[in-house]
Structure formats: C-alpha cells, structure tokens
Design a protein around this ligand. Structure first.
Ligand code: MRU
Length: 325
C-alpha cells in the first residue's frame, strides 16, 4: 500500500525493474536469458495485487516486447534497453490517456447536465495523480470539469477503512484549489437525498466484458443509492482496465486485506480501537453490476448502453483504430 491505485502500481512495477536492469553492469547471460529474467521478475510483481488488471496487462506487453527483441538480437543489453524504453512510453501514455478521459468525461457530463450552469459530483477512493502516472481518471474528469468552470463542488468519501479519500483525494482537491467537501462513507445516501450531487464518478480496478466493475469497497452501495435517487453513475477508466476475458464481474478475484485495517485506527496504522476477539471481513473491492452503471468514460470516448446493455467488445475493437482525443 505504499504504491496503490492500479495505473500507479503498473507504472511503479515497470519502473522498479527498469532501474534494476539499467544498473546491470555485467549481466552474464544471453539475450534470451535477459528476457526470461524480466519475465520472472514481472510475474512476481503481478502477484502483488490480484484485483487490478492494469498490472498484468502492462507485464504482458513488456514481456512480449522483450521476448521479440531477444528473438532478433544476441545482446542482452538490447533486451534491457528495449524494456526501459517501453516502460518510459507507458508512463507518457498513462498521462495522455488520463487527460483524454478527463476531456471526454467533462464534455459528456456537461452535455447531460446543461440545464444548470454548474453542478456537483461525488467520487470515491483515490483515482488522481497519486493513483496514476498523473492527472487521474475519475479525478481527472473532476479536474477537467473544474478547468471548464462547470464544477460547483466535488464531494469525496473518506473511503474506510484505509481512508484513501480523506488522505489522498482530499489532499489533491485542496492542492488544486478545487471546491471540495469530504463526507463519511455513510453520509452518501443523505447527500444524494438532499440533491447535493448531480452525478457520481468512480474509477475501476477491473471492468468485465459486460460492464460489471470492480472498484474500491463501498462503490456498490454508492451505485445502489445513486440508482434509487435517479443520479447517473459513471466509471472512468483507461481501456487497460477492461478485461474482455471475463464475461462478468462474478469472475473477478477480490483481494481481502488485513483485519488490522479495521481493528486499529488510521487504517491499521494506529492504536487498536475494536474489541479484541471480534472476527473481521475486509474485502478491499466490490463489484458494481453493469445495470447500475450509466456510462464508462475511457480515453477513446464514453461507452453508453444500447438496449440496456454495454457492448464493450465492439467499442474496444472500434477504438483500436481511433487516436486519443
Ligand atoms: O487499494 P487501493 O488503494 O490500491 O485501491 C485503489 C483503487 O481502488 C483505485 O482508486 C483504482 O485502483 C483506480 S486508480 C485510477
């Protein structure tokens, strides 16, 4: 949890290994062995967080690039160099795709809300510069809405038990001077009942082919509340968060985290506050079913429903030929 947020995890993993291979003075092996070394290390890094798909997607791409170089060159240095260059491209691509998500998302939301000059949104967990290579996904949309002058206020949840919302999102919003208010997770339904927000925007750790989305624990409750109050619910995520191999969210592996995060204050870092002997269930993520999601904002545009269903595969295939906005 020192590095968290799926795109940031993927980039940090790629770069940590880039630093290791850049410092190799005397790698004693063939180019194939250099590629195998990279593959082994990346597989280990992928095992760190099971729910997010971006890390394994990044690893797959990097392994492919390095094994292609190893098949044409006998020099291990060229394998390492190709790896470093590919990791650097990933960093730039993530920022560019977040900016595109921001601009598609803000235009889309503005189109939906046009009747009022400015509107407020609610977000959950942290999807900003501290979770990505920069700018952010859902928080990127909020940044873009603010830059366009159409954001009244961003509400962010505490995001218990680890408090990514109060520690990270609140920090980013204050840092960027975006009008913002922190709420307890349990205040979200009351916030919606009082018509204080016009939309909910969250991130994603993995989106299945039918649109079911795994994201920070509590998201499912927010989506249910939003539907009850007729508030649109959006997921903002790069295409690398979409896992077309999974037909529905039921197949997504949900990471369970330490009981200490609930038993102790400060997300597990402080003193014990809960009664000793109580059992704890602490899933880090939940799955929001597609029927509760209004749209999925990506760097290639917004995926909306046709006859009450997302056709994500079709969108991804068409987007493959389209450049970033
Ligand atoms: O457990 P965390 O803090 O790594 O969970 C982070 C989130 O759920 C995200 O915000 C998500 O990875 C999307 S980041 C753009």
């Amino acid at each position: 949890m020192v590095v968290r947020g799926v795109p940031a995890i993927a980039i940090a993993a790629a770069f940590s290994l880039a630093v290791e291979v850049a410092n190799f003075k005397d790698f004693n092996g063939t180019s194939e062995e250099a590629a195998s070394f990279i593959e082994l290390k990346l597989e280990y890094l992928v095992s760190s967080r099971p729910t997010a798909v971006n890390l394994s997607d990044a690893a797959k791409k990097l392994i492919e690039i390095t094994s292609n170089v190893a098949s044409t060159s006998t020099m291990p240095e060229s394998v390492f160099q190709a790896y470093i260059e590919a990791a650097e491209i990933m960093l730039d691509d993530d920022v560019a795709s977040n900016k595109a998500i921001g601009s598609y998302g803000s235009r889309f939301l503005w189109d939906q809300q046009k009747i009022v000059p400015r509107f407020s949104v609610l977000t959950h967990c942290n999807t900003g510069s501290l979770a990505t290579a920069g700018y952010g996904t859902a928080l990127g949309v909020i940044r873009a809405l603010h830059a366009e002058g159409v954001l009244e206020r961003a509400y962010c949840t505490e995001t218990r038990p680890f408090n990514q919302g109060s520690r990270l999102t609140a920090f980013e919003l204050v840092h960027d001077k975006i009008p913002a208010t922190l709420i307890a997770d349990s205040a979200a339904a009351a916030l919606m009942k009082e018509s204080r927000v016009s939309a909910v925007i969250v991130g994603a750790d993995r989106v299945a082919a039918n649109g079911d989305t795994a994201y920070k624990i509590g998201t499912y409750s927010l989506a249910l509340c939003a539907m009850h109050h007729h508030i649109p619910f959006y997921v903002a995520a790069p295409l690398t968060s979409i896992d077309l191999y999974l037909s529905s969210g039921e197949e997504i592996v949900i990471e369970e985290r330490s009981a200490k995060e609930l038993l102790h204050s400060q997300g597990g870092l402080g003193e014990q506050v809960a009664a000793s002997g109580i059992l704890v269930w602490n899933p880090a993520f939940d799955v929001t079913p597609a029927y509760l999601i209004t749209g999925i904002i990506t760097e290639k545009g917004v995926i909306t429903k046709n006859n009450d269903a997302f056709n994500i595969k079709d969108f991804v295939e068409k987007a493959a030929g389209k450049s970033t906005a």
